[in-house]
Design a protein around this ligand. Structure first.
Ligand SMILES: Nc1ncnc2c1ncn2[C@@H]1O[C@H](COP(=O)(O)OP(=O)(O)OP(=O)(O)O)[C@@H](O)[C@H]1O
Ligand SMILES: [Mg+2]
Length: 256
């Protein structure tokens, strides 16, 4: 079966003498969750940004359903981009401090007026109703609809960011350190939520994290990034297997 996402030989340098990514190839299948682990500066966020179209690679391409996301014409690119949504480490990056929660959650709909409102209107439902349904999906009560980001905890903000990300029914969720900014007790709740959304909606996921435990919990397959190169890749259950790359073993030991 063809993969949902196919990253083909991506390289990227920010400066002439240092490569942030070297010849990265990776696939994510439908309904699959692939984890990318690596230390700070290994190139994880650079890869996320390239997939999301927020940074341009020097070479290589990114395909969604075998359609190039980087070379598609504007209209097709917009359609492809709708299927790839993101959850960042800092939920404040996706929340507007001036907007109540419900407006933030439905904001992406404004960019895609054709996709959901028709169904909403047909059902006689407002955007606010839609926001309420999305909040339910991420485990937040309706009472949160009219709150502002400053009135929410870190975990609640991340739930709102996830609600916003899934509102357009993306096929792929790119999560760049989605739990790293949260209290340990809240991290597990957010990972559980992501797992639940995966199961319920068949959502594919690219989970970027320095946290091996998180990746092991959620991912089916893992790629280890070091200095912009994938040095190891394996099914998640083989994390502690003897054939692991020495560097992966060191990461695993450090995480004990
Ligand atoms: N805009 C930029 N300009 C110049 N260099 C950059 C830029 N963004 C990232 N880099 C460099 O590229 C390399 C990879 O950075 P990147 O942010 O992708 O790492 P990361 O794995 O996400 O790290 P972290 O775990 O700290 O988030 C680093 O050496 C970084 O300093
Ligand atoms: Mg990063």
């Amino acid at each position: 079966m063809e993969p949902l996402l196919r990253i083909e030989r991506i390289s990227k340098s920010y400066t002439p003498d240092a490569r942030a990514l070297s010849d990265i190839s990776l696939t994510v299948g439908r309904g699959e969750c692939v984890g990318i682990v690596g230390e700070s500066g290994s190139g994880k966020s650079t890869l996320a940004k390239i997939i999301l179209g927020l940074a341009a690679p020097d070479s290589g391409d990114v395909y969604l359903n075998e359609r190039s996301m980087l070379h598609a014409k504007r209209r097709e690119r917009k359609t492809l981009r709708k299927d790839v949504q993101v959850v960042f480490q800092d939920p404040n990056a996706s929340l507007n401090s001036k907007l109540p929660v419900w407006r933030t959650v439905v904001e992406p709909l404004e960019n895609y007026p054709d996709s959901v409102p028709a169904a909403l209107i047909a059902a006689g439902r407002t955007k606010r109703d839609w926001a309420a349904a999305l909040l339910r999906q991420v485990g937040l009560p309706e009472a949160m609809l009219d709150r502002y980001p400053r009135q929410l905890s870190g975990g609640q903000k991340q739930r709102v960011a996830i609600a916003r990300a899934i509102g357009l029914h993306p096929k792929l969720l790119v999560c760049d350190e989605p739990t790293s900014g949260l209290d340990v007790s809240v991290q597990a709740q957010i990972l559980n939520l992501l797992k639940e959304l995966r199961m319920k909606h068949g959502l594919s996921c690219l989970l970027i994290s320095h946290d091996l435990a998180a990746v092991r919990f959620l991912a089916d397959r893992v790629a280890v990034l070091r200095g912009g190169v994938i040095v190891d890749r394996f099914p998640a259950e083989r994390l502690l297997a003897p054939e692991r790359h020495e560097y992966t073993r060191r990461l695993a030991e450090a995480a004990q």
